[in-house]
Design a protein around this ligand. Structure first.
Ligand code: IPM
Ligand code: MG
Length: 372
């Protein structure tokens, strides 16, 4: 069995706690002979700044390039609020995304049956929800130049961020969207703000062209991103794949996460182009939630988003769809038993901690693996 090289970057806050549960799962896969994972671990974010005065080191970047997949926890926290902008914790994550060209960010929002009541929306609106937010991850206003704050000398300052997209960036993310849709319910909704932004005009035009040229069999619809946000909370089940830019995708995926009950549930995959020589693609898997400094170190965090991110690694990096399905079934089974971390427990009911949830999911895996 070929060994898969994983680079673990737990990061800050609850990152190490939720990553600890994935480490147990990795050990489970190795012990059961389901796969052979080799792991390395490195610092990223605030903890890396404390040790090396940068958010990620060049050495870690080299290891990231060499890994078959990267598992990322979370970065940031109030402790680093005043560190220089270029080395703030988030800069480590942004460098990984940009330097490894991880342009396609898949953020599935799936409501587990047992959690339909944990959503802030009515059960009938979210029950059975299964949508895929596809966020462009290496372009747009996050990375566009100029990006400056200038002193105007009259007591005023001017801040500039630049929203910029080239045709090729929109083409490649559209292709991912249409290909994903073909394996799902065959519908893509593209969201931009063409009514006020030139980048929105081009986005709309290019998505339309790629569709007409290569994906006529897929249903395509366009929506202004603000209306899209409204529709996401009004009638989320109308969507299958939503494709949108970096900034809108950041916001809309947080909205979608809450449909599923908690930000602690949402996994993500960030994928690059397939290397024609090695046939492999660079990939990073991370929960959509952040470092949650308020609960860090208390063993309270929900590890499901991190564990489900590992599940996405099985599916998208290692072609282990069966095992990924098994892991999703194990998560659903643990939830079906009524087990809840604090973020998804109804008010006044008992909740369990990070390690107990992790163990419960491994126990379910044991059962499922034995039956398989
Ligand atoms: C996310 C996060 C990041 C982002 C932060 C941590 C830089 O919010 O992955 O959604 O804005 O992209
Ligand atoms: Mg975000």
């Amino acid at each position: 069995m070929a060994a898969h090289k994983l680079l673990l970057l737990p990061g800050d806050g609850i990152g190490p706690e939720v990553m600890a549960e994935v480490k147990k799962l990795i050990a489970f896969f190795n012990d059961k002979g389901l796969a052979r994972f080799e792991t390395e671990e490195a610092l990223v974010g605030g903890c890396c700044y404390d040790a090396h005065k940068v958010a990620i080191t060049d050495e870690t970047m080299a290891r990231a390039r060499a890994a078959d997949a990267i598992l990322f926890g979370a970065v940031g926290g109030p402790k680093w609020d005043s560190v220089p902008y270029d080395v703030r914790p988030e800069a480590g994550l942004l460098r990984l995304r940009k330097d490894l060209a991880l342009y396609a960010n898949l953020r599935p929002a799936v409501t587990y049956p047992a959690l339909a009541d944990a959503s802030s929306l009515k059960r009938e609106l979210v029950e059975g929800l299964d949508i895929m937010i596809l966020r462009e991850l290496t372009g747009g206003v996050y990375f566009g130049e100029p990006k400056t704050i200038t002193d105007l000398g009259n007591g005023q300052k001017r801040a500039i961020d630049t929203q910029v997209y080239d045709t090729y960036e929109i083409e490649r993310i559209s292709r991912v969207a249409f290909e994903l849709a073909r394996k799902r319910r065959n519908k893509v909704t593209s969201m931009e703000k063409r009514n006020v932004m030139k980048s929105g005009v081009l986005w709309n035009e290019v998505v339309t062209q790629v569709h007409a040229r290569e994906f006529k069999d897929v249903q395509l619809e366009h929506m202004l991103a603000d209306a899209g946000g409204m529709q996401l909370v009004r009638n989320p089940k109308q969507f299958d794949v939503i494709v949108t830019d970096n900034l809108f995708g950041d916001m809309l995926s947080d909205v979608a996460a809450m449909l599923t009950g908690s930000l602690g549930m949402l996994a993500s995959a960030s994928l690059g182009e397939v290397n024609p020589k090695t046939k492999k693609r660079q990939a990073l898997y991370e929960p959509v939630h952040g470092s949650a400094p308020d609960i860090a170190g208390k063993g309270l965090a929900n590890p499901i988003a991190m564990i489900a991110s590992f599940g996405m690694a099985l599916r998208y990096s290692f072609n282990m769809g069966k095992e990924a399905d098994m892991l999703e079934a194990a998560i659903a089974a643990a939830l079906d038993k009524g087990l809840r971390t604090a973020d998804i427990a109804p008010k006044g009911t008992k909740s369990i901690g990070t390690a107990e949830m992790g163990q419960a999911i491994i126990d379910e895996m044991e059962t499922l693996a034995a039956a398989a």
